[in-house]
Design a protein around this ligand. Structure first.
Ligand SMILES: Nc1nc2c(ncn2[C@@H]2O[C@H](COP(=O)(O)OP(=O)(O)O)[C@@H](O)[C@H]2O)c(=O)[nH]1
Ligand SMILES: [Mg+2]
Ligand SMILES: [Zn+2]
Length: 302
């Protein structure tokens, strides 16, 4: 559920909480990380003290997926922020504050690369004009066609709260989104008094800043868990090779072997099916623009 340095809080099948440490020579084969166990990991432990509720973790089950952040100091190592996520829920607002599509697409690409399905929550719909609402419906339809379902909510106006609860039901969800979009207010509608620490996901601006972060898992209702990850702002900071980026745009992925060149970057190559699809409107201009912008970012980083 959470870890503070050398202690790990573990929830067992009966929902009892145990304070555990790792067995002395605990090691995970193959993966070089600064933390051997992360929030969301499923572990096996021996009871050490039944009165004090302490235990010793001796094994970990294979991860279905995980979010890893590159360690700043040891480049060969990564830091796992969370494991075994059923989905990511990205909360955004068209306005107040404005969430850019570039930001959203960047998040979606990261989630794709970690193989985590994403649901978009458009919050604060109570503040939108008729025109903005119409635009939002079009936007939602576009993302839905690519494979990202969405819901409309107003955390303060009691719109879509039941839908929000439904998408979290019986799942482990990563909650993310810019600061001020209403994450705490939304989650509080389902689980009052939960103190979400989730910070905004910035772009690459803060990439060099190393912050000590502790993810935390909360049970917000029976069998529904959310993971709050203050360090999630680095979610965008992953190594995606240029030639791979298009694989994480689902609408491009299905066209890839149709380009003339097998290593086509879909920027200005002749007989590129992606560019053709953009011209024909099958791939949305805003998505392609996010793609180009991420290709650019990559350049700057190198
Ligand atoms: N009008 C309106 N305000 C909202 C809505 N959701 C949240 N807010 C307000 O937006 C501000 C930021 O909300 P908060 O939950 O703290 O955002 P967080 O930083 O994402 O956790 C607060 O003043 C909330 O009352 C909404 O759906 N509509
Ligand atoms: Mg908050
Ligand atoms: Zn191409």
């Amino acid at each position: 559920m959470r870890s503070t340095g050398s202690w790990y809080e573990v929830l067992d099948e009966q929902k009892h909480t145990w304070k555990c440490r790792l067995r002395g020579k605990f090691k995970i084969k193959g993966l070089k990380t600064s933390n051997p166990i992360a929030v969301g990991d499923r572990v096996l432990f021996d009871i050490e003290d039944k009165v004090e509720n302490t235990g010793i973790i001796h094994d970990i089950t294979q991860r279905e997926n995980y979010i890893i952040r590159k360690s700043v100091h040891k480049t060969a190592q990564g830091h796992i922020l969370a494991a075994n996520l059923d989905q990511a829920v990205v909360i955004m607002t068209l306005n107040y504050p404005r969430t850019s599509l570039g930001f959203l697409d960047r998040f979606l690409v990261s989630a794709e690369s970690f193989r985590i399905p994403t649901i978009i929550v458009f919050n604060k719909v109570d503040l939108l004009s008729k025109e903005e609402k119409e635009y939002l419906v079009d936007l939602a339809t576009m993302y839905d066609e690519i494979g990202y379902p969405s819901i409309f909510t107003s955390a303060t106006g009691s719109i879509g709260i039941q839908e929000f609860e439904d998408i979290l039901k019986n799942k482990i969800s990563l909650i993310s989104g810019h600061s001020g979009v209403g994450k705490s207010t939304l989650v509080n509608q389902i689980s009052p008094n939960l103190d979400l620490k989730t910070k905004e996901i910035s772009t690459f601006a803060n990439k060099g800043v190393h912050t000590t972060t502790f993810s935390t898992m909360f049970e917000i209702s029976e069998n529904s868990y959310i993971i709050d990850t203050p360090g999630i702002k680095e979610l965008g900071l992953i190594d995606i090779e240029k030639t791979e980026l298009s694989h994480f745009f689902p609408e491009m992925r299905e066209l890839l072997n149709k380009c003339k060149y097998h290593n086509c970057k879909h920027i200005n190559e002749p007989q590129c099916d992606v560019i053709q699809a953009v011209k024909e409107g099958y791939i949305q201009a805003s998505r392609y623009s996010s793609y180009l912008s991420m290709m650019d970012d990559d350049d700057n980083r190198r």
